[in-house]
Design a protein around this ligand. Sequence first.
Ligand code: NI
Length: 138
Amino acid sequence: MNTHKVAFIRCEHFNAAHRLYNPKWDDETNYQIFGKCSNQNYHGHNYHLEVKVIGFINPDTGYVIDAKSLSDLITKKIIDRFDHKNLNLDTKEFKNLNPTVENICKVIFDILRPELDKDIELKIKLRETHKNYAEYPG
Ligand code: NI
């Protein structure tokens, strides 16, 4: 019996550079607020992404979602878009959006959500450092 939904999690990672920066403020104020993450020549992170899909097990396959198709979707929509990129300079998503781990996490959700079946719940976890990660929806 399908009494509870099941979560299936796919982990991927990508490397990207960024600078935390608010154009309303001068460099000094940005540095005061964002610290080293506002270094004007950018810096990189190894981002660890967890895509959690929650739904009922399909009785025919035993899957909540086909792992290969989910992996292909993440590669095509997220990894190819952000891996080895400068988020501020190379991506349209962060031209006018500060690439904090919170914002990157939400952007990834907003890209993937329309690609998945409406019956499947989606949660994104994005780890930026050993000490910091974001989840969306929170
Ligand atoms: Ni940073």
